[in-house]
Design a binder for this molecule. Structure first.
Ligand SMILES: NC(=O)c1ccc[n+]([C@@H]2O[C@H](COP(=O)([O-])OP(=O)(O)OC[C@H]3O[C@@H](n4cnc5c(N)ncnc54)[C@H](OP(=O)(O)O)[C@@H]3O)[C@@H](O)[C@H]2O)c1
Length: 292
């Protein structure tokens, strides 16, 4: 469906910006921010969407900070459940395709092999709970919607863990990162490539969109600093002191420890292997930090 008209919400967010830029190369894209549509006002969704012609609606909007969600659960519910449900109702009525983004934080984080799409969800915080309720509400209102769960995003449009680790290592020889929390770092550029394929594919239900491999925040940080050093950045250290999640006492919301998702279903849909997170990370850091 190369000529689909896309409406991308949350186009100021990390994933939303990358989706907007990448998909504009091949599709007719309308990009909205909170100014055009505030999902905390679900009652305003239908009227706002009636002003736009689209075939596919992409929703990367969410209240994404676990600590903010924990402190403001009503706000989290509006942005992560009721707003998305209203979007799904409109898409169902109009026959439009809806791609709604979700998270690995729907899982409990207990020791587990890879988490598959149909595995039991048991979120441990308000963010994860509202995202899971949002998944269910979207699929109930619009059964053909695609719920795309992503994990540990990094990319050109929002600083994330690798950028923070580089910033620290440029300033100090004492860099630490959590070693007992694991998932899959995932490139937003790769997510856009998968989405470009999925827009024209009749897949629905829950789908895991992540790179291949497994990492702790600590391994992700060490790999980042190794690549950054190789790129010639004047780091004060490339070694990262491992700490435990429990030592980060400033975090108010509980975090799940083990949320490594399987991307087997995505690989089958795409008909090819998905690259490892470390290869995608090397591409990102090279583009972002290598001196021209
Ligand atoms: N980042 C990750 O590592 C990660 C991991 C797993 C899953 N995810 C999921 O991936 C998706 C994209 O995440 P992201 O990292 O790109 O998030 P992000 O950078 O925090 O962007 C979220 C966007 O949503 C907008 N927004 C928040 N509340 C809104 C509301 N009530 N109405 C309209 N817009 C609103 C924000 O706008 P303002 O700038 O105006 O606040 C922002 O542009 C989310 O569904 C998230 O749950 C992300």
């Amino acid at each position: 469906m190369p000529s689909s008209r896309l409406l991308i919400l949350g186009s100021n967010g990390g994933l939303g910006r990358t989706l907007t830029r990448q998909l504009s190369q091949t599709h007719q894209v309308t990009a909205w921010t909170r100014a055009e549509l505030d999902l905390e006002r679900p009652e305003a969704v239908a009227a706002a969407l009636s002003r736009c012609d689209f075939d596919v609606l992409l929703n990367p909007v969410a209240l994404t900070s676990p600590d903010v969600c924990e402190a403001q659960p009503d706000k989290a519910r509006l942005a992560n459940v009721e707003g998305p449900q209203a979007l799904a109702e409109v898409c169902q009525a109009r026959g439009a395709r809806l791609i709604h983004f979700s998270t690995d934080y729907v899982f409990s984080g207990e020791p587990h092999d890879l988490w598959h799409e149909d595995d039991e969800t048991r979120p441990v915080n308000v963010y994860g709970r509202t995202k899971r309720e949002g998944e269910l509400a979207v699929l109930k209102a619009c059964p053909d919607a695609l719920v795309a769960r992503v994990s540990w995003l990094f990319g050109p449009d929002k600083p994330s863990h690798p950028d923070l680790m580089i910033e620290r290592a440029l300033q100090s020889d004492d860099v630490c990162s959590v070693a007992d929390k694991v998932s899959v770092p995932t490139s937003t550029v790769d997510v856009c490539e998968w989405i470009a394929h999925l827009i024209g594919h009749p897949s629905s239900g829950v789908l895991h969109l992540c790179n291949s491999g497994i990492a702790s925040w600590h391994l992700w940080a060490e790999t980042t600093l190794d690549i950054a050093s190789w790129l010639g950045l004047p780091l004060k250290t490339t070694s990262v002191r491992p700490i435990r999640l429990a030592e980060l006492t400033q975090m108010k919301a509980a975090r799940p420890l083990h949320t490594v998702m399987s991307n087997e279903k995505l690989q089958t849909l795409l008909g090819r292997e998905i690259r490892n997170w470390s290869t995608a990370l090397e591409d990102y850091l090279t583009a972002r930090y290598q001196k021209k």
